[in-house]
Design a protein around this ligand. Sequence first.
Ligand SMILES: Cc1cc2nc3c(=O)[nH]c(=O)nc-3n(C[C@H](O)[C@H](O)[C@H](O)COP(=O)(O)OP(=O)(O)OC[C@H]3O[C@@H](n4cnc5c(N)ncnc54)[C@H](O)[C@@H]3O)c2cc1C
Length: 363
Amino acid sequence: MYDFVVVGVGPAGARFARRAAERGHDVLALEQGTIGTPLACSGHVSTDIWSVTGECAREELLQNEIHGARFHVGGPRSDAYPFYKREVASNVIDRVGLDRHLADLAREAGADVREHHSVTSVTERRDRVEVVASGPDGPTTFQAKMVAGCDGPRSRVRQELGLPEPDELLHGVLAFSEESDHEDFVDVHLTPPTFFAWRIPRGEAGVEYGLAAPPGVEVTKHFEELIDGYEIDVAHRCSGAIPIGPADRVTSRRGFLIGDAAAQTKPFTGGGILYGTTAADHAAREIDPERPTTLAAYEHAWREDLKRDQQLGHWLRRAYSLPEPIQRVGLSALSGEIGVHMDRPTSLVSPTHLKAMLSRLRP
Ligand SMILES: Cc1cc2nc3c(=O)[nH]c(=O)nc-3n(C[C@H](O)[C@H](O)[C@H](O)COP(=O)(O)OP(=O)(O)OC[C@H]3O[C@@H](n4cnc5c(N)ncnc54)[C@H](O)[C@@H]3O)c2cc1C
């Protein structure tokens, strides 16, 4: 009998497995495929990422440093409204490498991490959970005191536990060109309805072009328009789902969700690596596998930490759907130096940001 069976070894699952193992729990973590693949993520993160990695990670994973973003109401040739920081605002990292690195840290902490084990069913009993996984030796049933569903936006565990779905699932697409580009700005295009498209310079790893939008939007058509506008050839197309808007409940009797499975993402960018790992830390700290009542403490802790930023993030996203003339006026008025933390929109009212805004008034 394990203390925890963790389903899915992306950033959220690996982080929880590591933290729970460090606390002395017996942890089995099951990944359906090979860790880190297939890629469906830009790996554009705040510098806080290095607080969840181990030694030497920065040298191995960092691809580029970013100071700001140029917003465009139209395509590549439209006016640019730059928002920037004096210091490095964010990093572009090797996302496949990140997943492997975090999984290695979980193993080093004592978690039993197994690839090629696809979980097909989860049954909650009064005193345990039964998790069936299909692996190289056929189906196997594992027993645990609790199950952690860290299996991404289309979570099987969420479905098996009868937990509610996130509010929305966006469709994201990515492709890469081979030009090396060390520029320190990303470009953001507010052209697809209700979300955005982007261009991310990844240093020697090429340039990434991407787009996300809700169901019903012709994502491929908008993406082709973006690529045509930049006049480049792209390869390695990939796609994935982005959950927005966590449900009211992400815990059951002996199960809980972390990361994309729980829609712990930023509503205004879809980014979820740091919210997922943050929630994983709350889960490892609060949940005692012997006491299912501690699941309530996890629900409370992660929402307390991320709720205000997610609420403000929803409001920021609404600005993507404002009429174009209003977007232009707003971007023009607000662009320039900022002091906002990219994961924490509540830092719009921080002293750092206010100082940056006031510095623009100086002659
Ligand atoms: C196009 C796109 C671009 C993005 N760009 C960024 C970005 O720049 N920055 C950022 O912070 N976030 C970004 N995101 C979001 C980010 O990828 C997710 O928030 C993050 O991966 C969530 O981590 P996770 O561990 O919760 O889930 P995942 O990374 O999805 O990991 C879930 C794991 O569970 C495994 N799994 C699924 N089902 C099962 C099963 N039945 N049994 C066993 N294993 C299973 C999967 O194989 C996977 O490895 C992007 C997403 C998309 C789609």
